[in-house]
Design a protein around this ligand. Sequence first.
Ligand code: GAR
Length: 187
Amino acid sequence: QPVIAIFASGNGSNFDALIAAKLPMRVGCLICDQADAPVIQRAQGHHIPVQLVNPRDYDTKAEMEKAILAGLSARHVTAILLAGYMRIIGPTLLAAFPRRIVNIHPALLPSFPGRHGIEDAYRAGVTKTGVTIHFIDAGVDTGPVIAQQAVAVLPTDTVEQLANRIHSVEHTLYPQTIRQLIEEGVL
Ligand code: GAR
């Protein structure tokens, strides 16, 4: 069984969906960079260890990632799932987990990369957006796509309604895709 670290910065609804799916993996820890993120309590509720990493404690991204790596290797982590982790993964983590870091993005990449995928698609007036699961590489939201699912933007949608529709697709697509990767021996 792979030992997975989940990285998250916020609410953690995707974290919960990954746990609820009872995937054939062990969740070794949550890495979180925001002390007040709701995802921390979710992890504690599941008795999953939390490593809180405050970027202000480090002079460089490399030093912060070295601290994260120390925690990951102590827990024998073999792969990383990003679930709303709002920070770019640097060369230190990438080199330690080549093709072993998966991200979920709330748009159909390469369209609408970055931190505001849902809002950017909504404002652009597209009739279709969606969800992308992809491997992390050195670029921002550029790594190889593993799975995508389209979500319609309805003419009457508010941005909140669109976000809700995207999140519910995320909560099934992410666990389903990770299950497949584990079953195929990719993770
Ligand atoms: C999700 O919609 C995820 O796709 C997005 O953050 C949200 C986290 O929600 N990720 C990105 O935008 C990455 N650039 P959650 O905390 O409820 O899982």
